[in-house]
Design a protein around this ligand. Structure first.
Ligand SMILES: Cc1cc2nc3c(=O)[nH]c(=O)nc-3n(C[C@H](O)[C@H](O)[C@H](O)COP(=O)(O)OP(=O)(O)OC[C@H]3O[C@@H](n4cnc5c(N)ncnc54)[C@H](O)[C@@H]3O)c2cc1C
Length: 586
C-alpha cells in the first residue's frame, strides 16, 4: 500500500502566501508570541511525520481487525492504544486548546492542516482525538470554572477522551424528540437516564475515562439541556472514583470506520453536571457540533488527498494500452497516465482537493478571527462568515471526499474493488462523512434556510462583496477567469433573492432546492480560491509548483466550474416538479 506523504509545500503556501497567516497571527495578542511561520512549518513537518510513520501504519490493520465488544469492554484494534499514547503525549489532542488549561494554544488555521494529515492517514483513528477536542471546546465555552479546571487539562493531554451523545433511535435529524431524562439531585448534580445510539468513541480502551456530553430533558420541560457525564466519576483531587452508571449496550457493525467504536450507550441514574443554562443545551452543543462539522469536512478533504496520491501513483505504474497517437517511448504498452480519461479523473480529484484545502484554511482563519481578534468589527464579521461557511465546509468537502475516493477507485480499475489495494477502504470510510454530524441535506437546509435567507441575504451579500473586492485586486490571473467567477457570485445573489422572495408563498422551496444552492455556492467559492491561489503563485520560487497551479486552475475553469451554472439552474427551476407528485404515487 502507498505510503502517505503530506502536501507540505502546498500547506505552507496557503498559510503564508494565500491567506497571510503571519499577518493574521501578529494582529492577535493570543497568537502573536506563540506562533509564526517557522513554528507553523515545524509543526506541519512533525505532523507529517507522525501521520506517515505512526498513524498510517494502523489504517489497514485497524480496518481488518475492527473494534470488539467483549465482557462489557470495548477493545480497539491492535496498535491503536500505543499510537494513541504517543499522539496524546505529543500534545496533538490539545493542539488548539487554551494554554491556561494545558492546551498548546495553536491557531485553528494550522490545526485544520494537522487534522487533514491525520484523516488522510487514518479516518477511524483520528475521530477519537477530534471528538475529544470538540467536547473540550464546548466545555471551555460553556462550563463553569470548576468544571473547566477539573476536566480540560485531562482532555487536552489526551488522558481522558470526549464523546458527543445526542442521537436516540427516535431522534436523529430532529433532536426535539430525545427522551433521555435529567433529574436534579440535592447537591446540584443531576441523575441522567436514557439510551443513546451511534455514539462515536462512546467507550474504548484508549483512555482511562470518557467524558460524555449528553443532551437530556429536565422534568416537565420540552427544552433540551446539556450535561457532562463522566464514564467514571472524578474525585475532587482529580483521581478517578467509582463507576457512574454509564455502560455500553453494544457496538454497531458498520460499512467502514471499523477501527472507530460506534456505541449504544446506556445511562442509568448516572451523575451528570449541567453545562450552560437549563434548556439551552442545543446552543451549547452547537459549539461542539460546529467544530465537528468542520472536522468532518476535513475528514472528506483528508480522504481526497489520500485518494489522489494513491491513484496518481498507480496511474504512473499500471501499464495498459498505448497512448493516443503512439507510445511516447515506443513501448508496446504505456502507463495509464497517458490516457485522457485517466488524466481527467486525476485532475478532477486534485483541482477540487487543492481548492478544498483553501476552503479549510480560510474557514480556520475565520474561526481564529472570531475567537481571538481584538478588532470588534472583524471579530463579529468572522462570526457571521463562520455561520455561512460551517455547513458548506461540512457538506461540500465531505461530498467531494466521496467523489474523490470513488474516482480514485475507478483509476484502479478492477484492482480498486479488491481489498488488497486499499482504495475501497477509503470509499467505505469516507461515506459516513456525508451522513453524520447532520446529513448533508440538513446542512444545505441550514445554509439556505437560516444562513443565507434567514437574515435576508445580509451575511451572504457581505461575504460576496468581500470576494468581489479580492478578485478585483488580483493582477496575475486572466480577466476572463475573473469575469467568470464575478458573474457566478452575482448569480448566487440573484437566485438567493428569488428564493427569499418566494419562501413564504412556497414553503417547500428551501428544502427542495437547498442542496443545489449549496453546491452552486461551493463550486463558485472554489473559483474564488483558484483565482486567489493563482495570483499568489505567480512569483513562487519553484517553477513546477507554479506550473501545477496554472494547469490545475485551467482545468478547473475549463471543465469544473460549469457545475455551478448547472446547480444554479436547478435552483431556479423551483420545487414544483419535486413536490407535486402525490405521496401515494411513490
Ligand atoms: C458511524 C456513525 C457515527 C455517529 N456518531 C454520532 C455521535 O458521535 N454522536 C451522535 O449523537 N450521533 C452520531 N451519529 C448519528 C448521526 O449524526 C445521525 O445518524 C444523523 O444525524 C442522521 O440521523 P438519522 O440517522 O436518525 O437519520 P434521519 O434523521 O432519520 O434522516 C433520514 C433521511 O431523512 C432526511 N431528513 C430528515 N429530516 C429532514 C428534514 N427536515 N428535511 C429534509 N430532509 C430530512 C435526512 O437528510 C436523511 O436523508 C452517528 C451515526 C453513525 C452512522
Amino acid at each position: 500500500m502507498n505510503p502517505y506523504n503530506a502536501p507540505l509545500a502546498e500547506m505552507r503556501f496557503l498559510l503564508e502566501k494565500v491567506f497571510d497567516a503571519p499577518q493574521t497571527w501578529s494582529e492577535m495578542p493570543a497568537m502573536a508570541e506563540s506562533v509564526d511561520m517557522d513554528t507553523a512549518a515545524a509543526i506541519l513537518d512533525e505532523a507529517d511525520k507522525i501521520s506517515r510513520e505512526l498513524i498510517h501504519p494502523i489504517n489497514r490493520s485497524g480496518d481488518e481487525q475492527g473494534v470488539r465488544h467483549e465482557a462489557d469492554k470495548v477493545i480497539t484494534p491492535d496498535g491503536y492504544k500505543a499510537v494513541y499514547d504517543q499522539y496524546a503525549e505529543g500534545g496533538w489532542v490539545g493542539l488548539c486548546g487554551d494554554p491556561e488549561f494545558g492546551g498548546m494554544g495553536m491557531p485553528k488555521m494550522l490545526g485544520v492542516l494537522v487534522d487533514e494529515m491525520a484523516y488522510s492517514a487514518c479516518n477511524a483513528f483520528t475521530l477519537y482525538g477530534s471528538l475529544t477536542a470538540g467536547a473540550a471546546l464546548a466545555i471551555h465555552a460553556h462550563g463553569s470554572d470548576e468544571i473547566k479546571e477539573q476536566y480540560l487539562p485531562m482532555m487536552y493531554s489526551g488522558q481522558w477522551a470526549g464523546a458527543m451523545d445526542m442521537t436516540e433511535p427516535q431522534a436523529g435529524s430532529d433532536l426535539r424528540n430525545i427522551r433521555t431524562k435529567a433529574v436534579p439531585n440535592e447537591d446540584g448534580s443531576y441523575k441522567i437516564s436514557g439510551s443513546k445510539i451511534f455514539i462515536t468513541g462512546g467507550d474504548h480502551d484508549l483512555t482511562e475515562n470518557v467524558i460524555h456530553l449528553v443532551l437530556a430533558k429536565l422534568p416537565n420541560t420540552s427544552g433540551i439541556s446539556l450535561f457532562l457525564v463522566p464514564k467514571i466519576k472524578v474525585n475532587p483531587d482529580n483521581s478517578l472514583g467509582e463507576t457512574n452508571g454509564v455502560t455500553v449496550g453494544s457496538i454497531e457493525h458498520k460499512m467502514g470506520l471499523k477501527g472507530s467504536a460506534t456505541c449504544v450507550m446506556n445511562f442509568d441514574d448516572a451523575e451528570g453536571y449541567l453545562i450552560g443554562k437549563p434548556n439551552r443545551g442545543l446552543v451549547c452543543m452547537f459549539t461542539m457540533m460546529n467544530y465537528e462539522r468542520l472536522a468532518i469536512g476535513i475528514q472528506g478533504l483528508g480522504t481526497s488527498q489520500a485518494a489522489y496520491q494513491m491513484a496518481a501513483d498507480y496511474a504512473k505504474e499500471r501499464v495498459q494500452g498505448v497512448a493516443a497517437g503512439g507510445s511516447p517511448t515506443g513501448a508496446s504498452s504505456d502507463p495509464i497516465l497517458v490516457h485522457g480519461d485517466v488524466r481527467r479523473m486525476l485532475l478532477t480529484i486534485r483541482s477540487l482537493t487543492e481548492a478544498g484545502r483553501a476552503l479549510s484554511v480560510y474557514t480556520g482563519q475565520q474561526l481564529d478571527l472570531a475567537k481571538y481578534s481584538q478588532d470588534a468589527e472583524l471579530k463579529a464579521k468572522a462570526s457571521r462568515y463562520m455561520g455561512l461557511l460551517t455547513p458548506v465546509s461540512k457538506a461540500f468537502l465531505s461530498d467531494r471526499g466521496l467523489d474523490a475516493a470513488i474516482m480514485a477507485q475507478q483509476v484502479f480499475g478492477g484492482h480498486g474493488y479488491i481489498r488488497e489495494t486499499g482504495i475501497e477502504q477509503l470509499v467505505r470510510d469516507t461515506r459516513i462523512a456525508q451522513i453524520y454530524e447532520g446529513t448533508n441535506g440538513i446542512q444545505a437546509i441550514d445554509f439556505l434556510g437560516r444562513k443565507v435567507t434567514g437574515d435576508n441575504l445580509a451575511a451572504l451579500s457581505e461575504f460576496v462583496a468581500e470576494q468581489v473586492a479580492n478578485i478585483n485586486s488580483y493582477s496575475h490571473v486572466s480577466e476572463a477567469d475573473k469575469a467568470r467567477v464575478l458573474g457566478l457570485l452575482e448569480q448566487l445573489l440573484v437566485v438567493a433573492k428569488q428564493i427569499n422572495d418566494n419562501k413564504l408563498t412556497q414553503p417547500a422551496l428551501i428544502n427542495a432546492c437547498a442542496v443545489d444552492y449549496l453546491d452552486a455556492f461551493g463550486y463558485s467559492l472554489y473559483g474564488c480560491f483558484w483565482l486567489a491561489m493563482c495570483d499568489a503563485a505567480h512569483d513562487h520560487e519553484d517553477d513546477n509548483f507554479k506550473q501545477q497551479k496554472a494547469h490545475l486552475s485551467r482545468f478547473y475553469f475549463d471543465k469544473l466550474i460549469a457545475k455551478a451554472d448547472y446547480h444554479l439552474s436547478q435552483v431556479s427551476k423551483g420545487d414544483g416538479c419535486i413536490m407535486q407528485m402525490d405521496a401515494s404515487l411513490f
